[in-house]
Write a protein that binds this ligand. Structure first.
Ligand code: NAD
Length: 329
């Protein structure tokens, strides 16, 4: 099938081409994000392949449908950027990669916790400048600390298991209970207990209308003073302005973000030398206790291989049967 791949980076091309080495599909790579203005690039492509910051809203999907697109293949797990109702009405099926490597994101979450807590990012820069002072680098033992995990699906469950190995006390919250977590003797509690008792809070739930700005001023007010907040899930789970106020007051002791609500204007691009216009984002980058990375938690060799292979399998299945086990219903 002819596949239009949007938001292409060199790594996408490398892994997708390897996954179609039998030349079963015809891949055409486009650099721009998909949106209503770029959708015309996919004219006469039955399959359009997109990533996290492409916009498959109703207006975009209308252009795609009018030019013959039948399948939208997401090379990610989250589908908050797709108007599923519009897709269904327009006869466009949507497939995704539900679990390409939860370990990649879970391990990255732990890396963020350790880096922030032990201030490795500051130590690295200091030593390069010949500054070996320890002032301001003190952390705390993870052993014995209380960590609140919000969302105990694939990624959250692995984070929970790893932190149990560190000797942390785990409190978990989810709308569904995961028996694997309960088997570890870990307690499901209410959200307010997570907020009031945790030294570290890590977010692993999807972005939905219920979880949008889950971390707002009211949630932050309930938290322990000096709490560490980690978000490797989706940017809009956090109200960035409320978090900035929490950092300024000292209520939030440290913040690790791999995702940001308005990241589509920033992440995955080299913007060095340009003037970034997002003042909320820039304010966050000025705090010494904030670590921000540009949506790289998924970025391992294993994950990229898995994403490419599953995406191609989804497309082949759809071509052969009109269905796929990874169809979003
Ligand atoms: P998953 O579907 O396996 O787990 C999500 C869990 O969240 C489920 O257990 C679900 O019941 C729970 N949940 C749903 N609504 C909730 C709510 N209102 N409150 C609390 N919990 C709720 O998903 P996953 O594979 O573990 O991924 C989690 C999130 O991580 C994804 O939604 C995605 O946004 C994000 N992610 C980020 C990256 C990255 O590179 N930073 C990569 C992959 C996934």
């Amino acid at each position: 099938m002819k596949i239009a791949v949007f938001s292409t980076k060199a790594f996408d091309r490398q892994f997708l081409e390897a996954a179609t080495s039998d030349k079963q599909h015809d891949l055409i790579f486009f650099d721009p994000h998909l949106n209503k203005d770029t959708a015309i690039l996919a004219a006469d492509f039955p399959v359009v392949c997109i990533f996290v910051n492409d916009q498959a809203d109703a207006a975009t999907l209308e252009v795609l449908a009018s030019r013959g697109t039948k399948l939208l293949a997401l090379r990610c797990a989250g589908f908050n950027n797709v108007d599923l109702k519009a897709a269904a009405e327009l006869g466009i099926s949507v497939v995704r990669v539900p679990a390409y490597s939860p370990e990649a994101v879970a391990e990255y979450t732990i890396a963020m916790i350790l880096t922030l807590n032990r201030k490795l990012y500051r130590a690295y820069n200091r030593v390069r400048e010949g500054n070996f002072s320890l002032d301001g680098l003190m952390g705390f033992n993870l052993h014995g600390r209380t960590v609140g995990i919000i969302g105990t699906g694939r990624i959250g469950a692995i984070v929970t298991q790893i932190l149990k190995g560190f000797g942390c006390n785990l409190l978990v919250y989810d709308v569904y209970r995961n028996p694997e977590i309960e088997a570890l003797g870990i307690k499901y509690v209410g959200l307010s207990e997570i907020f009031t008792k945790s030294d570290i809070i890590s977010l692993h739930c999807p972005l939905t209308s219920e979880t949008h700005h889950l971390i707002d001023a009211d949630a932050i007010d309930q938290m322990k003073s000096g709490v560490m907040l980690i978000n490797t899930s989706r940017g809009a789970l956090i109200n960035a302005k409320a978090v900035t106020r929490g950092l300024k007051s000292g209520k939030i002791g440290s913040l690790g973000l791999d995702v940001y609500e308005k990241e589509s204007d920033l992440f995955f691009e080299d913007l060095s030398g340009t003037i970034i216009q997002d003042d909320v984002f820039l304010r966050l980058t000025t705090f010494p206790n904030v670590l921000i990375t540009g949506h790289q938690a998924f970025f391992t060799e294993e994950a990229l291989r898995n994403i490419a292979e599953t995406t191609i399998t989804n497309i082949t299945e759809f071509e052969q049967t009109g269905d796929s086990k990874n169809l979003i219903k």
